[in-house]
Design a protein around this ligand. Structure first.
Ligand SMILES: Cc1cc2nc3c(=O)[nH]c(=O)nc-3n(C[C@H](O)[C@H](O)[C@H](O)COP(=O)(O)OP(=O)(O)OC[C@H]3O[C@@H](n4cnc5c(N)ncnc54)[C@H](O)[C@@H]3O)c2cc1C
Length: 354
Protein backbone atom coordinates (compact mmCIF):
# COMPACT_ATOMS: atom_id res chain seq x y z
CA UNK A 1 0.00 0.00 0.00
CA UNK A 2 1.28 3.45 -0.96
CA UNK A 3 2.36 5.30 2.23
CA UNK A 4 3.31 8.49 0.34
CA UNK A 5 1.31 11.63 1.02
CA UNK A 6 1.47 15.13 -0.41
CA UNK A 7 0.68 17.92 2.03
CA UNK A 8 -0.10 21.20 0.27
CA UNK A 9 0.99 24.16 2.40
CA UNK A 10 3.87 24.99 4.73
CA UNK A 11 2.11 27.23 7.24
CA UNK A 12 1.65 26.16 10.85
CA UNK A 13 -1.14 23.79 9.77
CA UNK A 14 0.70 22.10 6.89
CA UNK A 15 3.91 21.68 8.90
CA UNK A 16 2.12 20.32 12.00
CA UNK A 17 0.04 17.90 9.91
CA UNK A 18 3.14 16.73 8.05
CA UNK A 19 4.98 16.04 11.34
CA UNK A 20 2.05 14.09 12.79
CA UNK A 21 1.75 12.04 9.58
CA UNK A 22 5.45 11.15 9.79
CA UNK A 23 4.82 9.87 13.35
CA UNK A 24 2.22 7.50 11.86
CA UNK A 25 4.74 6.12 9.37
CA UNK A 26 3.83 8.07 6.22
CA UNK A 27 6.39 9.39 3.71
CA UNK A 28 5.45 13.03 3.35
CA UNK A 29 6.26 15.65 0.72
CA UNK A 30 5.23 19.24 1.42
CA UNK A 31 4.35 21.17 -1.73
CA UNK A 32 3.95 24.93 -1.19
CA UNK A 33 4.41 28.34 -2.79
CA UNK A 34 5.84 29.74 0.46
CA UNK A 35 8.00 28.12 3.12
CA UNK A 36 9.25 29.54 6.47
CA UNK A 37 11.37 32.59 5.68
CA UNK A 38 9.10 33.73 2.82
CA UNK A 39 6.70 36.65 3.15
CA UNK A 40 3.32 37.19 1.53
CA UNK A 41 0.12 38.70 2.92
CA UNK A 42 -1.67 35.43 2.02
CA UNK A 43 0.91 33.36 3.94
CA UNK A 44 -0.73 33.94 7.33
CA UNK A 45 1.51 32.02 9.72
CA UNK A 46 4.58 34.30 9.73
CA UNK A 47 2.26 37.31 10.35
CA UNK A 48 0.64 35.94 13.51
CA UNK A 49 1.05 37.38 17.03
CA UNK A 50 0.97 34.58 18.18
CA UNK A 51 -0.31 33.62 21.58
CA UNK A 52 -2.61 31.10 23.16
CA UNK A 53 -5.84 32.92 23.95
CA UNK A 54 -8.75 30.72 23.08
CA UNK A 55 -11.54 32.05 20.87
CA UNK A 56 -13.58 28.82 21.21
CA UNK A 57 -17.06 29.56 22.57
CA UNK A 58 -18.50 27.62 25.54
CA UNK A 59 -20.91 25.93 23.10
CA UNK A 60 -18.29 24.53 20.68
CA UNK A 61 -16.73 21.37 22.07
CA UNK A 62 -14.78 20.66 18.87
CA UNK A 63 -12.89 23.98 18.96
CA UNK A 64 -12.38 23.65 22.72
CA UNK A 65 -10.76 20.24 22.20
CA UNK A 66 -8.42 21.67 19.52
CA UNK A 67 -7.30 24.51 21.79
CA UNK A 68 -6.97 22.33 24.91
CA UNK A 69 -4.88 19.65 23.17
CA UNK A 70 -2.64 22.36 21.73
CA UNK A 71 -2.27 24.20 25.06
CA UNK A 72 -1.09 20.97 26.71
CA UNK A 73 1.32 20.22 23.87
CA UNK A 74 2.83 23.74 23.86
CA UNK A 75 3.15 23.58 27.66
CA UNK A 76 5.27 20.42 27.40
CA UNK A 77 7.25 21.89 24.52
CA UNK A 78 7.94 25.03 26.59
CA UNK A 79 9.33 22.83 29.38
CA UNK A 80 11.74 20.96 27.09
CA UNK A 81 12.56 23.19 24.06
CA UNK A 82 11.31 26.72 24.80
CA UNK A 83 14.18 28.71 23.26
CA UNK A 84 14.76 26.56 20.14
CA UNK A 85 11.03 26.37 19.38
CA UNK A 86 10.35 30.06 20.16
CA UNK A 87 7.82 29.45 22.94
CA UNK A 88 7.68 31.62 26.07
CA UNK A 89 5.54 31.12 29.19
CA UNK A 90 4.10 34.47 30.31
CA UNK A 91 1.46 36.07 32.53
CA UNK A 92 -1.65 37.26 30.70
CA UNK A 93 -3.99 40.15 31.54
CA UNK A 94 -7.15 40.39 29.42
CA UNK A 95 -9.39 43.44 29.88
CA UNK A 96 -12.96 43.90 28.63
CA UNK A 97 -14.88 47.15 28.44
CA UNK A 98 -18.36 45.61 28.04
CA UNK A 99 -20.17 43.87 30.90
CA UNK A 100 -19.40 40.10 30.93
CA UNK A 101 -21.72 37.62 29.21
CA UNK A 102 -22.74 34.32 30.86
CA UNK A 103 -19.96 32.58 28.87
CA UNK A 104 -17.37 35.10 30.00
CA UNK A 105 -18.39 34.63 33.63
CA UNK A 106 -17.84 30.87 33.27
CA UNK A 107 -15.06 30.48 30.70
CA UNK A 108 -14.65 26.80 29.67
CA UNK A 109 -10.85 27.09 29.89
CA UNK A 110 -10.55 28.37 33.49
CA UNK A 111 -9.26 24.99 34.74
CA UNK A 112 -7.00 24.42 31.73
CA UNK A 113 -4.63 27.35 32.21
CA UNK A 114 -2.58 27.74 35.42
CA UNK A 115 -3.59 30.34 38.06
CA UNK A 116 -6.75 31.60 36.32
CA UNK A 117 -8.50 34.36 38.23
CA UNK A 118 -10.77 37.36 37.72
CA UNK A 119 -8.84 40.59 38.24
CA UNK A 120 -9.99 42.60 41.31
CA UNK A 121 -12.14 45.60 40.40
CA UNK A 122 -9.67 47.91 42.18
CA UNK A 123 -6.86 46.78 39.86
CA UNK A 124 -8.71 47.25 36.57
CA UNK A 125 -7.78 50.15 34.24
CA UNK A 126 -10.24 53.05 33.86
CA UNK A 127 -13.43 52.23 31.85
CA UNK A 128 -12.84 48.47 32.07
CA UNK A 129 -15.64 46.35 33.51
CA UNK A 130 -13.82 43.03 34.06
CA UNK A 131 -10.62 41.14 33.32
CA UNK A 132 -8.81 37.80 33.61
CA UNK A 133 -5.34 36.98 34.87
CA UNK A 134 -3.75 33.61 33.96
CA UNK A 135 -0.56 31.99 32.69
CA UNK A 136 -0.27 31.27 28.98
CA UNK A 137 2.29 30.95 26.19
CA UNK A 138 3.41 33.20 23.34
CA UNK A 139 4.85 31.68 20.17
CA UNK A 140 7.30 33.49 17.91
CA UNK A 141 6.43 32.37 14.34
CA UNK A 142 9.83 33.41 12.96
CA UNK A 143 11.45 30.85 15.30
CA UNK A 144 8.66 28.26 15.61
CA UNK A 145 7.94 27.74 11.86
CA UNK A 146 11.60 27.06 10.92
CA UNK A 147 11.80 24.78 13.98
CA UNK A 148 8.80 22.76 12.75
CA UNK A 149 10.32 22.56 9.26
CA UNK A 150 13.65 21.39 10.73
CA UNK A 151 11.90 18.58 12.66
CA UNK A 152 10.14 17.54 9.44
CA UNK A 153 13.36 17.49 7.39
CA UNK A 154 15.25 15.64 10.15
CA UNK A 155 12.68 12.87 9.93
CA UNK A 156 13.27 12.48 6.20
CA UNK A 157 10.50 14.75 4.89
CA UNK A 158 10.74 16.26 1.41
CA UNK A 159 9.79 19.73 0.16
CA UNK A 160 8.82 21.01 -3.24
CA UNK A 161 8.44 24.76 -3.86
CA UNK A 162 5.63 25.08 -6.35
CA UNK A 163 2.31 26.87 -6.79
CA UNK A 164 -0.54 24.60 -7.77
CA UNK A 165 -3.58 25.80 -9.67
CA UNK A 166 -5.60 22.59 -9.38
CA UNK A 167 -5.50 19.59 -7.09
CA UNK A 168 -4.99 17.36 -10.14
CA UNK A 169 -1.36 18.63 -10.27
CA UNK A 170 -0.44 16.79 -7.05
CA UNK A 171 -2.33 13.48 -7.26
CA UNK A 172 -0.17 11.50 -9.70
CA UNK A 173 2.17 9.66 -7.35
CA UNK A 174 -0.03 9.43 -4.23
CA UNK A 175 -3.39 8.12 -2.99
CA UNK A 176 -3.80 10.90 -0.41
CA UNK A 177 -3.36 14.67 -0.48
CA UNK A 178 -3.86 16.92 2.56
CA UNK A 179 -4.97 20.45 1.75
CA UNK A 180 -3.52 23.05 4.13
CA UNK A 181 -3.60 26.08 1.84
CA UNK A 182 -5.20 28.53 4.32
CA UNK A 183 -6.90 31.58 2.76
CA UNK A 184 -6.17 30.38 -0.78
CA UNK A 185 -8.51 27.40 -0.29
CA UNK A 186 -11.27 29.89 -1.09
CA UNK A 187 -10.28 29.95 -4.78
CA UNK A 188 -8.75 26.46 -5.03
CA UNK A 189 -11.85 24.73 -3.60
CA UNK A 190 -14.55 27.39 -4.20
CA UNK A 191 -15.32 27.63 -0.48
CA UNK A 192 -17.92 30.38 0.02
CA UNK A 193 -17.66 30.06 3.82
CA UNK A 194 -14.05 31.23 3.87
CA UNK A 195 -13.32 34.93 4.37
CA UNK A 196 -9.95 36.68 4.60
CA UNK A 197 -9.76 38.88 7.69
CA UNK A 198 -6.93 41.39 7.41
CA UNK A 199 -4.81 42.00 10.49
CA UNK A 200 -2.32 44.86 10.84
CA UNK A 201 0.31 44.62 13.62
CA UNK A 202 3.56 46.39 14.57
CA UNK A 203 6.85 45.30 16.03
CA UNK A 204 8.48 47.63 18.59
CA UNK A 205 11.36 47.34 21.07
CA UNK A 206 10.28 47.26 24.71
CA UNK A 207 12.43 44.78 26.68
CA UNK A 208 10.72 45.78 29.96
CA UNK A 209 7.42 44.19 28.82
CA UNK A 210 7.40 40.51 29.85
CA UNK A 211 3.65 39.86 29.95
CA UNK A 212 0.92 39.62 27.34
CA UNK A 213 -2.11 41.90 27.60
CA UNK A 214 -5.27 42.55 25.64
CA UNK A 215 -8.11 45.03 25.73
CA UNK A 216 -11.44 44.47 24.02
CA UNK A 217 -13.83 47.40 23.53
CA UNK A 218 -16.96 47.79 21.37
CA UNK A 219 -14.88 49.10 18.47
CA UNK A 220 -11.39 47.62 18.83
CA UNK A 221 -9.25 44.70 19.91
CA UNK A 222 -5.77 45.55 21.17
CA UNK A 223 -2.98 43.22 22.22
CA UNK A 224 0.60 43.25 23.41
CA UNK A 225 2.69 40.13 22.80
CA UNK A 226 6.32 40.06 24.00
CA UNK A 227 9.12 38.17 22.24
CA UNK A 228 12.14 36.70 24.01
CA UNK A 229 14.53 39.09 22.16
CA UNK A 230 13.06 42.22 23.80
CA UNK A 231 10.78 43.13 20.90
CA UNK A 232 7.00 43.27 21.28
CA UNK A 233 4.11 42.78 18.84
CA UNK A 234 1.34 45.38 19.11
CA UNK A 235 -1.98 44.87 17.36
CA UNK A 236 -4.43 44.58 15.85
CA UNK A 237 -7.16 45.09 13.27
CA UNK A 238 -9.85 42.68 12.02
CA UNK A 239 -10.91 43.82 8.54
CA UNK A 240 -13.13 41.36 6.70
CA UNK A 241 -12.72 40.96 2.94
CA UNK A 242 -9.91 43.50 2.79
CA UNK A 243 -6.67 42.17 1.37
CA UNK A 244 -4.37 45.11 0.68
CA UNK A 245 -0.78 44.74 1.88
CA UNK A 246 -0.42 48.53 1.98
CA UNK A 247 0.24 49.89 5.48
CA UNK A 248 -2.31 52.37 6.73
CA UNK A 249 -0.37 55.06 8.69
CA UNK A 250 -3.46 56.19 10.61
CA UNK A 251 -3.92 52.62 11.77
CA UNK A 252 -0.29 52.50 12.93
CA UNK A 253 -0.86 55.56 15.16
CA UNK A 254 -4.17 54.14 16.37
CA UNK A 255 -2.56 50.80 17.35
CA UNK A 256 0.27 52.60 19.18
CA UNK A 257 -2.24 54.78 21.11
CA UNK A 258 -4.44 51.80 21.99
CA UNK A 259 -1.44 49.72 23.08
CA UNK A 260 -0.07 52.48 25.34
CA UNK A 261 -3.55 52.92 26.87
CA UNK A 262 -3.71 49.17 27.57
CA UNK A 263 -0.13 49.01 28.86
CA UNK A 264 1.30 52.47 29.84
CA UNK A 265 4.68 50.81 30.76
CA UNK A 266 5.28 50.43 27.00
CA UNK A 267 6.47 54.03 26.78
CA UNK A 268 6.81 56.76 29.39
CA UNK A 269 7.33 59.27 26.53
CA UNK A 270 4.10 58.33 24.73
CA UNK A 271 4.16 57.72 20.97
CA UNK A 272 7.60 59.33 20.56
CA UNK A 273 9.19 56.77 22.85
CA UNK A 274 8.04 53.83 20.77
CA UNK A 275 9.56 53.73 17.26
CA UNK A 276 8.10 51.08 14.96
CA UNK A 277 10.68 48.48 13.84
CA UNK A 278 8.40 46.69 11.39
CA UNK A 279 4.84 46.76 10.11
CA UNK A 280 3.25 43.34 9.71
CA UNK A 281 0.10 42.65 7.75
CA UNK A 282 -1.53 39.29 7.14
CA UNK A 283 -4.84 37.64 6.31
CA UNK A 284 -6.56 35.30 8.76
CA UNK A 285 -8.36 32.38 7.07
CA UNK A 286 -11.70 32.90 8.84
CA UNK A 287 -14.36 30.27 8.15
CA UNK A 288 -18.04 30.19 9.09
CA UNK A 289 -18.51 27.16 11.36
CA UNK A 290 -14.78 26.82 12.12
CA UNK A 291 -12.00 25.05 10.25
CA UNK A 292 -12.86 22.57 7.52
CA UNK A 293 -11.40 19.21 8.48
CA UNK A 294 -13.09 16.85 6.10
CA UNK A 295 -12.51 14.07 3.57
CA UNK A 296 -13.41 14.37 -0.09
CA UNK A 297 -12.58 12.12 -3.06
CA UNK A 298 -11.07 13.57 -6.20
CA UNK A 299 -11.52 11.65 -9.46
CA UNK A 300 -8.99 12.62 -12.15
CA UNK A 301 -9.65 12.70 -15.90
CA UNK A 302 -8.05 9.22 -16.13
CA UNK A 303 -10.40 7.90 -13.41
CA UNK A 304 -7.79 7.80 -10.64
CA UNK A 305 -9.42 8.24 -7.23
CA UNK A 306 -7.48 10.30 -4.65
CA UNK A 307 -8.47 11.10 -1.10
CA UNK A 308 -8.25 14.83 -0.36
CA UNK A 309 -8.23 15.64 3.36
CA UNK A 310 -9.06 19.30 3.94
CA UNK A 311 -7.47 21.09 6.87
CA UNK A 312 -7.90 24.86 6.53
CA UNK A 313 -9.90 27.84 7.81
CA UNK A 314 -8.43 28.25 11.31
CA UNK A 315 -9.11 32.02 11.47
CA UNK A 316 -7.26 33.79 14.28
CA UNK A 317 -6.54 30.47 16.05
CA UNK A 318 -4.20 28.58 13.73
CA UNK A 319 -1.35 28.35 16.24
CA UNK A 320 -3.36 27.84 19.41
CA UNK A 321 -5.49 25.09 17.84
CA UNK A 322 -2.81 23.53 15.61
CA UNK A 323 -1.97 20.27 17.41
CA UNK A 324 -5.59 19.40 18.20
CA UNK A 325 -7.00 20.19 14.77
CA UNK A 326 -4.15 18.48 12.90
CA UNK A 327 -4.66 15.35 15.02
CA UNK A 328 -8.23 15.23 13.65
CA UNK A 329 -6.94 15.63 10.09
CA UNK A 330 -4.49 12.74 10.60
CA UNK A 331 -7.32 10.58 11.97
CA UNK A 332 -9.26 11.32 8.75
CA UNK A 333 -6.22 10.34 6.68
CA UNK A 334 -6.13 6.99 8.47
CA UNK A 335 -9.88 6.42 8.01
CA UNK A 336 -9.62 7.33 4.32
CA UNK A 337 -6.61 5.06 3.92
CA UNK A 338 -8.61 2.13 5.31
CA UNK A 339 -11.40 2.84 2.79
CA UNK A 340 -8.89 2.88 -0.09
CA UNK A 341 -7.41 -0.43 1.12
CA UNK A 342 -10.88 -2.02 1.25
CA UNK A 343 -11.69 -0.76 -2.26
CA UNK A 344 -8.45 -2.30 -3.60
CA UNK A 345 -9.12 -5.60 -1.81
CA UNK A 346 -12.62 -5.78 -3.29
CA UNK A 347 -11.22 -5.30 -6.81
CA UNK A 348 -8.50 -7.92 -6.20
CA UNK A 349 -11.11 -10.42 -5.00
CA UNK A 350 -13.18 -9.72 -8.09
CA UNK A 351 -10.16 -10.35 -10.35
CA UNK A 352 -9.27 -13.53 -8.48
CA UNK A 353 -12.66 -15.01 -9.43
CA UNK A 354 -11.74 -14.84 -13.12
C1 LIG B 1 -2.29 39.54 12.28
C2 LIG B 1 -2.55 38.10 12.67
C3 LIG B 1 -2.46 37.73 14.00
C4 LIG B 1 -2.71 36.39 14.40
N1 LIG B 1 -2.56 36.04 15.71
C5 LIG B 1 -2.77 34.75 16.09
C6 LIG B 1 -2.62 34.35 17.46
O1 LIG B 1 -2.29 35.16 18.34
N2 LIG B 1 -2.83 33.03 17.77
C7 LIG B 1 -3.17 32.11 16.83
O2 LIG B 1 -3.35 30.94 17.18
N3 LIG B 1 -3.33 32.48 15.53
C8 LIG B 1 -3.16 33.76 15.14
N4 LIG B 1 -3.33 34.14 13.84
C9 LIG B 1 -3.91 33.17 12.90
C10 LIG B 1 -2.89 32.24 12.27
O3 LIG B 1 -1.81 32.99 11.77
C11 LIG B 1 -3.57 31.45 11.14
O4 LIG B 1 -4.73 30.81 11.60
C12 LIG B 1 -2.61 30.38 10.62
O5 LIG B 1 -1.38 30.96 10.30
C13 LIG B 1 -3.18 29.65 9.42
O6 LIG B 1 -2.19 28.74 9.03
P1 LIG B 1 -2.30 27.88 7.69
O7 LIG B 1 -1.15 26.95 7.72
O8 LIG B 1 -3.67 27.34 7.56
O9 LIG B 1 -2.16 28.94 6.51
P2 LIG B 1 -0.86 29.71 5.97
O10 LIG B 1 0.06 30.04 7.04
O11 LIG B 1 -1.40 30.84 5.15
O12 LIG B 1 -0.15 28.68 5.01
C14 LIG B 1 -0.70 28.33 3.77
C15 LIG B 1 0.32 27.54 3.00
O13 LIG B 1 -0.28 27.07 1.79
C16 LIG B 1 0.55 27.42 0.68
N5 LIG B 1 -0.33 27.57 -0.48
C17 LIG B 1 -1.50 28.26 -0.56
N6 LIG B 1 -2.01 28.14 -1.80
C18 LIG B 1 -1.15 27.38 -2.51
C19 LIG B 1 -1.11 26.92 -3.85
N7 LIG B 1 -2.09 27.20 -4.71
N8 LIG B 1 -0.05 26.16 -4.26
C20 LIG B 1 0.94 25.83 -3.40
N9 LIG B 1 0.96 26.27 -2.11
C21 LIG B 1 -0.08 27.02 -1.68
C22 LIG B 1 1.22 28.71 1.11
O14 LIG B 1 2.37 28.95 0.32
C23 LIG B 1 1.53 28.37 2.56
O15 LIG B 1 2.71 27.60 2.62
C24 LIG B 1 -3.07 35.44 13.42
C25 LIG B 1 -3.11 35.81 12.07
C26 LIG B 1 -2.86 37.13 11.69
C27 LIG B 1 -2.93 37.50 10.24
Amino acid sequence: MNKRINVIGAGVIGLTTALLLQQKGYDVTIVASEFPGDKNIQYSSPCAGARWKTLAPNSDLRLQRYDAVSFKFFWELAKSNAAEAGIMVVSAFDYYQEKPTEDQLNPWWRNLVPTFQFIDQAELPKDISFGYYYITMVINPSVYLPWLLKQFLNMGGECQKKTIYSISEVVNNVDIVVNCTGVRSKELFADKDLVATRGQNLLVRAPNIRQTMSMETKSSYTYIIPRSDGTVILGTTKEENKSTSQINDKTVIDILRRAIKCCPELSVKGLDGLPVLENIVGLRPTRKGGPRIQNEFHISSTGKKTLVVHNYGHGGSGFQSSWGSCQDAVQLVREGHTLIKHDRLKIRKLFSRL
